[in-house]
Write a protein that binds this ligand. Structure first.
Ligand SMILES: Nc1ncnc2c1ncn2[C@@H]1O[C@H](COP(=O)(O)OP(=O)(O)OP(=O)(O)O)[C@@H](O)[C@H]1O
Ligand SMILES: [Mg+2]
Length: 238
């Protein structure tokens, strides 16, 4: 069974998709990884990879009729440079899909992949978010360094973990677009959040670097480590 990792936030536009892409691109190096777009209504991932947004009504029908998803999922999975991508759910799907449909998709994906990276909508109002967080082994709550955003994040993690019965330890916080760690009120941030905190600096290259560091800290399993070391050694010889 694969691990489900959701990228979520209290508010919008904080860098969830940027982090989700960097995370998936990093995990794919050692493991079969899929990036699933669960930002229902206005999905964005397909745009980043120049992919068509496929109509998902066949998934809805398959779940409704208790059919195996295998036959219908093939159409919605695309491979780009070794990363698998499942495109999102537009407005038509939003009108039909409920939590059980999203859950069926995640159950299928975690059987097929080692890592399922799920890019979600911010907030708590959609069944796709509920399903993603309920299925997750790890949830990254992305926030900016602004006090109001930190406070919202802490409050939402508390609310979601108690109301939806999700282990609070599954939540890790990513403070994105750190401008200057020295000027940030680190003491305030650490006091407000009970969860493990990671920092991602501003700039596209920093997103890749800093998310790479998070992957090494949290997901470097023995097999992955061996692979990584071997790669470095070979590089040295050449
Ligand atoms: N660390 C960063 N440094 C520089 N730019 C960033 C960083 N993180 C995100 N961005 C940029 O900020 C914008 C918003 O990011 P993104 O789309 O990932 O946010 P989001 O949380 O997924 O938004 P939405 O809630 O609409 O889905 C994008 O243009 C993205 O490239
Ligand atoms: Mg997004």
């Amino acid at each position: 069974m694969g691990k489900v990792i959701s990228i979520w936030s209290a508010g919008g536009g904080v860098g969830k998709t940027a982090v989700a892409i960097a995370l998936a691109e990093n995990l794919k190096k050692n493991r079969k990884t899929v990036l699933a777009d669960f930002k229902e209504i206005t999905p964005h991932v397909h745009r980043h990879f120049n992919l068509p947004l496929t109509d998902k009504s066949d998934i809805y029908e398959a779940v409704l009729n208790d059919q195996n998803l295998e036959e219908v999922m093939e159409k919605h999975l695309h491979r780009k440079n070794g990363l698998w991508i499942m495109t999102g759910f537009g407005l038509d799907s939003f009108m039909e899909f409920e939590a059980r449909h999203f859950s069926a998709v995640l159950d299928f994906l975690r059987k097929e992949f080692d890592y399922v990276v799920v890019d979600t909508y911010g907030g708590i109002f959609l069944s796709s978010v509920y399903s993603a967080l309920k299925h997750s082994d790890v949830i990254f709550a992305v926030s900016t360094q602004e006090a109001v955003n930190i406070e919202d994040t802490a409050e939402m993690i508390g609310f979601v973990s108690s109301r939806w019965v999700i282990d609070k330890n599954k939540f890790k916080v990513i403070i994105n677009e750190m401008l200057d760690k020295k000027s940030a009120e680190l003491e305030f941030i650490q006091k407000a959040l009970e969860n493990e905190i990671f920092f991602v600096r501003q700039g596209q290259k920093n997103v890749v670097r800093d998310v790479g560091r998070i992957v090494k800290t949290l997901f470097c399993e023995p097999q992955g480590k061996r692979f990584f070391l071997k790669e470095v050694k070979l590089g040295g010889v050449n």
